[in-house]
Design a binder for this molecule. Sequence first.
Ligand code: NAD
Length: 271
Amino acid sequence: MAYNLLKGKKGIIFGALNDQSIAWKIAEKCYEEGAEIVLTNAPIALRMGEINKLAESCGNAPVIPADVTSNDDLKNLLTKSMEHFGGQVDFILHSVGMSMNMRKNNPYTALNYDFTHKTFDISAMSFHRVLQLAYQMDAIREWGSVVALTYIAAQRVFPDYNEMADAKALLESIGRSFGYNYAKKNKVRINTVSQSPTRTTAGSGVKGFEGFITFAEKMSPLGNATAEDCANYCVTLFSDLTKMVTMQNLFHDGGFSFTGVTAEVIEQMEK
Ligand SMILES: NC(=O)c1ccc[n+]([C@@H]2O[C@H](COP(=O)([O-])OP(=O)(O)OC[C@H]3O[C@@H](n4cnc5c(N)ncnc54)[C@H](O)[C@@H]3O)[C@@H](O)[C@H]2O)c1
């Protein structure tokens, strides 16, 4: 059921790769709630063409390529988006992450630093890049809202999350620091949403992901939050109903983050 929560709002969605992507569900939900959107992803990710299906189902949304490590690409994205919308945007979703160390199975104690730089650049510094360019280009309307997706490995150790844990800690810190500055400039709010493990291309890249997601399911009183649940939550954060929420890391994880142990886990241990 739609509530028209985003009627008249215009937003940019980063990171929809395929229909498993969390950003894909968020784009669909934003459109369903009345928003107009622009979709973006790295040029190489667009080559597969999957995103065109999403664009079609979201009112023929423009698809503008941008590698998040390139200032020029991001500037072009913001310029073209504002041209398309005829003015500033109301919301931005950052749903981007990548680790070559994970892909190559390099453990945390034997990182390849060229890969680590890339991880930090793509998964964390890109958030600063997007915000700084938007700030300088005055691309976000007053009371606009920006959300980036993150994971609880930023606060607690999940060994196989590798250097992505450090990238997420940086991402969340950037959300807070820029949240202060952008609130002062023109009341733009910035939050990170810390999502449950979710079966996606990036998610499944984590070593032992199936065990990991099952454990989280048993450790969450409400169960794991799905990508669709995440989309619903992000819609509320883009809406005017959450205007005073900023600089927060918001756990969207069925209660996992504050649970010490559950009956299901104890039962498993007693077997
Ligand atoms: N899946 C999970 O378990 C989970 C849990 C918590 C948080 N997250 C976060 O959610 C976000 C989205 O991930 P997902 O799980 O939907 O996986 P996904 O693989 O569908 O999305 C990751 C996206 O990042 C994009 N990307 C990578 N390098 C890029 C670059 N240089 N420029 C532009 N885009 C680039 C990819 O093309 C892809 O669209 C990530 O930040 C991820 O860390 C995922």
